[in-house]
Structure formats: structure tokens, C-alpha cells
Design a protein. Structure first.
Length: 309
């Protein structure tokens, strides 16, 4: 079966027989950095370039990235932060409490808003790499926040696709009009977690606000709470189903410099890192997904019955 992802234009080949390959997913041998050498533990704050923000109890902190890919001293201005989301060295986000997730989302919103107001910044990207296969260089749970002087090509493409749909469909938002069928994983008052019908990644979930919101900066406090809970719950389902899985979380907000709020709809993406991109993906720009969205959603819904180890 072949589908084309509406938002990105990329082709997805659904090949369920490939899920039987022995290397599709193996629980990795996780090597935790000892606390005494971890730069993200509170007692090792001297290992970071400083502290930009910290909650009163130091449970959540923002520090400058020690190895930024871009910084404010360069001609092409940018900011690269690390958000340390827990003071407990071994704790992972799928085990955070409701209250802690709420505080975390408030911190993300606050820093996002600050960076968007910074001169020369055109786009802010918030993302999380969890696990070595997802690109994390430190085992202590953390996020990264980048503020750029350019709008990336992927975001430009999303804006153009959503703008075209909006004006071609009597000023209706594409994501507001989605039909989810049996692909819903979980929902609450304000958000829905689901597998896209044209998803590129096995068990990959999107989280969508039920209200039309273009940016996380526009979330109410209740929506921040609901978003944190459904994000945590979705990750708990994933890590229950695939113990030890590495994953990425990406938050997509409209750039502040532009009239995008009518047609751009905020969404979060959870990308499980199952298998690796290889010659076919690199040479064609296409993706191979070994799990049909309906089957993946069913497995994730049922995964809540157990707790991750």
C-alpha cells in the first residue's frame, strides 16, 4: 500500500511484512551516565555554561547548550537552549506526575514566548530527543529549544500546504477537519492523540488541540495542563508497548512574523525510532512504515493495561 503524506508530500510505503525482521526493534542496552558525571544534575551545575531559568525548587532548569549548532555571537543569529525537565537523574517523562507536566509546559511556553520576542528571531523550534537512537547525547531527560533567524524549509512547506487548503476549502483549517476513524489513541477535553492516516513512522502519534490554536503561546493554562497529560500518557503507552524505545517529540507552532493564525494549527509529533533510514529512504525521500495506522492505534490503546518497567 502506498500513501502520500498530505502535509509533507512524501510517499509512504506500508510494508507490514517488514515488521517481522529481527532487527526492526530490539530493546537497547541503555548506558546511563553516572550522576557524578552528568552535567544536567543539579549538583553538577558547574558543568554547564550557566543557568538561564530555574524553578524555585530547581526541578526544571534551562541552560545554554554547551555545544550549540548556532549562537548569538555568529553573523547568522540564533539561540540554542537545553531544558532539563527533571532533577531526578533516572526519571523519564512518561513517569512524570500531572503537576510536573503542567509546570514543564508552562516553562516551555514561557521560554517560547521570550525567544519569539527576541530581535532577529523568525522561528522557534521545541523538541525532545529521548534515547541514543533518537540523537540524545545525555541520558538525563531533557529538551532542546532553538531560536533561528530563518524559517526552515519544512515549516515554509507546511505553511504553504495549509494556506492552500484553507483558501481552496472555504476558509476551513485542514487539521480542524480531520477524520480519525479507528486511529485515535487517547483524548481529553482539549486534545486528541492519534496515528495519522498517512503517517511515516510505525506507532508515530500526532497530538492535536481540539480548539484551533496556531502556537503554544496561545494555550490557556488549562490547555497546558491537558497537553502535558496527554503527551505523557501517549509516551507511557509507547514505552509500555516497546520497552526502552528511543523517540523524538517535536512541537510545531506558526512563526510569529506572518498572518498564519487562521490556517496554521499547532500540533505535536511523537516519532518512535524503530529501525534506521537506509539507501532507499536517502535516495528517494520516501519512507517505509511496517505498521498500518489502524493496527498501531489499536496496539497503543491496549498498551495502557500494563506499566512500563
Amino acid at each position: 500500500m502506498i500513501k502520500r503524506c498530505f502535509l509533507t508530500g512524501e510517499f509512504v510505503f506500508y510494508a507490514t511484512s517488514r515488521a517481522k525482521r529481527p532487527h526492526s526493534f530490539k530493546r537497547p542496552q541503555i548506558k546511563e551516565v553516572p550522576k557524578e558525571f552528568c552535567p544536567f544534575c543539579v549538583e553538577n551545575v558547574h558543568m554547564t555554561p550557566g543557568v538561564l531559568y530555574a524553578t524555585n525548587d530547581n526541578k526544571i532548569r534551562i541552560v545554554p547548550n554547551k555545544y550549540p549548532f548556532i549562537d548569538s555571537d555568529e553573523k547568522d543569529f540564533g539561540i540554542h537552549d537545553v531544558l532539563i525537565d527533571t532533577d531526578i537523574h533516572e526519571e523519564k517523562m512518561h513517569n512524570f506526575s500531572d503537576e510536573h507536566m503542567h509546570r514543564l509546559m508552562r516553562v516551555i511556553q514561557k521560554r517560547f514566548s521570550e525567544l519569539e520576542k527576541t530581535e532577529s528571531i523568525k522561528y522557534v523550534q521545541v523538541f525532545k530527543n529521548q534515547g541514543r537512537d533518537a540523537g540524545a547525547s545525555q541520558s538525563h531527560s531533557h529538551w532542546q529549544i532553538t531560536a533561528l533567524s530563518v524559517v526552515p524549509l519544512k515549516m515554509e512547506h507546511l505553511i504553504n500546504v495549509l494556506r492552500s487548503y484553507y483558501y481552496e476549502h472555504d476558509r476551513n483549517c485542514y487539521l480542524c477537519n480531520l477524520e480519525f476513524g479507528t486511529r485515535i489513541v487517547e483524548e481529553n477535553e482539549h486534545f486528541i492523540s492519534y496515528l495519522p492516516a498517512d503517517g511515516k513512522f510505525a506507532y508515530g502519534m500526532d497530538i492535536l488541540p481540539k480548539r484551533h490554536i496556531a502556537t503554544i503561546d496561545d494555550f490557556t493554562d488549562n490547555e497546558l495542563l491537558s497537553f502535558g497529560i496527554i503527551l505523557r500518557n501517549s509516551l507511557k503507552r509507547l514505552t509500555t508497548l516497546l520497552d526502552g524505545i528511543s523517540y523524538n517529540v517535536c512541537l510545531y507552532s506558526a512563526p510569529h512574523s506572518g498572518d498564519y493564525k487562521d490556517f496554521f494549527h499547532f500540533y505535536a509529533q511523537i516519532i518512535p525510532r524503530i529501525g534506521h533510514m537506509a539507501g532507499f529512504e536517502f535516495s528517494t525521500g520516501c519512507y517505509i512504515n511496517s505498521v498500518l495506522p489502524e493496527d498501531g492505534a489499536k496496539a497503543l490503546r491496549e498498551a495502557k493495561e500494563d506499566e512500563p518497567t
